[in-house]
Design a protein around this ligand. Structure first.
Ligand code: PLP
Length: 389
């Protein structure tokens, strides 16, 4: 409990009730010295875990040289980040705008699509989550987040996520862009059927709409490929990334094809902090490090899914996911299970009402995975006992 955070911050977060003071790798410690395995990793940001040595070193070195340099002035750290970034983004995407968060990256993607096409509308999907700033919220589905803030950007049409056939009937002609998560994160790790994204690309492009792929949660290696959409071989016109890309330092990136990027003229978009040298240094070091871990992501994900899948419990409906993006869908609300796991030494994430979500760091060791599965199994058993099932 933090008295000052409770009293002084806007009351916008569901709180876990613990206060963390230290983190190393996949483990964190609270004020009482209690140790946890961190499968939340700052809501999926900590892809290299806590205090990854190369990222710490890059930040320290940058702090010693220069860490304030606006985008209107060239900077070596930003140059190095861009070199790394354009080694890993699909080669048809050639320009980037650097910002500070996922919502900000998506705001620009929407603006860019309107500017490029001259159209106003957007197509998004049921269950989508693209952030809570006004533009990003316009294409975010949940009424719980939208209530009280409408009217937002209009017109936005929501199609059923994963329903390939519905794409044939949908009218894309008014849409500046379609925005899609290749795998939906916040709504509970939903992997679409294999024909969904290719069909979406075909339909959008045939109607002159841009395809925006939101890789904020699914990207940066989370599924074992740099970008989740590469699992379906589609070619977005605009891609957004954030969360792990700065290695824990705030960073968002919007990348686009040359033609689309050229639609934006000097002064039409900016971000005072975007592309700052500190985030750039951390981001470049992160990309280099993730490159060496990418090959391990799928195997580690399989180990977790297999371990959790072997827990024989009437509380678990389904274990699903891809790479290190994993959901345990429960037959009960997630809250009791989450709090029990927390008390037993594992920090999970959640989605919707019934999903426990794991977004562990890619550096997670096999033995830490074993420990996490064992803790979760024990937590589940305790909840079964409490509920007498
Ligand atoms: C797919 C997706 N897009 C956008 C966002 C918003 O990112 P941020 O919270 O950095 O604004 C998130 C955050 O969870 C996300 O999962």
């Amino acid at each position: 409990m933090s008295e000052i955070e409770e009293r002084r911050l806007f009351n916008t977060y569901q709180r876990y009730g613990i206060k963390l003071v230290r983190g190393r790798g996949a483990r964190v410690w609270d004020t009482s010295g209690k140790e946890y395995i961190d499968f939340m990793a700052g809501f999926g940001i900590g892809i290299l875990g806590h205090s990854y040595p190369d990222v710490v070193k890059a930040i320290e070195e940058q702090l010693e040289s220069i860490f304030i340099c606006h985008g209107s002035i060239y900077n070596e750290s930003r140059e190095k980040f861009l070199e790394e970034l354009f080694r890993i983004v699909p080669s048809h995407l050639s320009r980037a705008f650097m910002s500070n968060s996922g919502a900000e990256a998506n705001e620009l993607a929407l603006k860019l699509a309107r500017k490029y096409t001259g159209r106003k509308g957007f197509i998004a999907f049921t269950g989508s989550y693209h952030g809570k700033t006004a533009g990003a919220l316009s294409v975010t589905y949940s009424q719980k987040y939208r209530n009280g803030f409408e009217p937002l950007l209009e017109p936005v049409k929501f199609l059923k996520y994963g329903d390939t056939r519905a794409l044939d009937d949908a009218d894309f002609n008014e849409a500046a862009a379609v925005i899609v998560e290749p795998i939906q994160g916040e709504s509970g790790i939903i992997v679409p059927p294999d024909d969904f994204l290719p069909k979406l690309e075909e339909r959008a492009h045939a109607a002159g709409s841009l395809l925006i792929v939101d890789e904020v949660q699914s990207g940066m290696g989370r599924t074992g490929k740099w970008w989740a959409h590469q699992n379906w071989k589609i070619k977005p016109d605009i891609m957004t990334a954030a969360k792990g890309i700065g290695g824990g330092v705030p960073m968002g990136v919007t990348v686009a094809t040359e033609n689309v990027a050229q639609a934006l003229k000097v002064g039409e978009h900016s971000s005072t902090m975007g592309g700052n040298p500190l985030a750039s240094a951390a981001g470049a070091a992160t990309i280099r490090a993730v490159g060496g871990l990418l090959g391990e992501v799928e195997g580690k994900g399989r180990q977790i899914m297999h371990g959790i899948g072997n827990i024989n419990s009437p509380l678990i409906r389904e274990v699903r996911g891809m790479g290190l993006m994993i959901a345990v869908d429960l037959k009960v609300r997630f809250r009791d299970v989450l709090l029990q796991a927390l008390s037993d030494g594992l920090i999970p994430l959640y989605s919707g009402l019934t999903v426990i979500r794991f977004l562990p760091p890619y550096i997670i060791s096999s033995s830490d995975i074993g420990d996490a599965v064992e803790i979760f199994s024990r937590s589940i058993q305790k909840i079964e006992k409490k509920m007498s099932i």
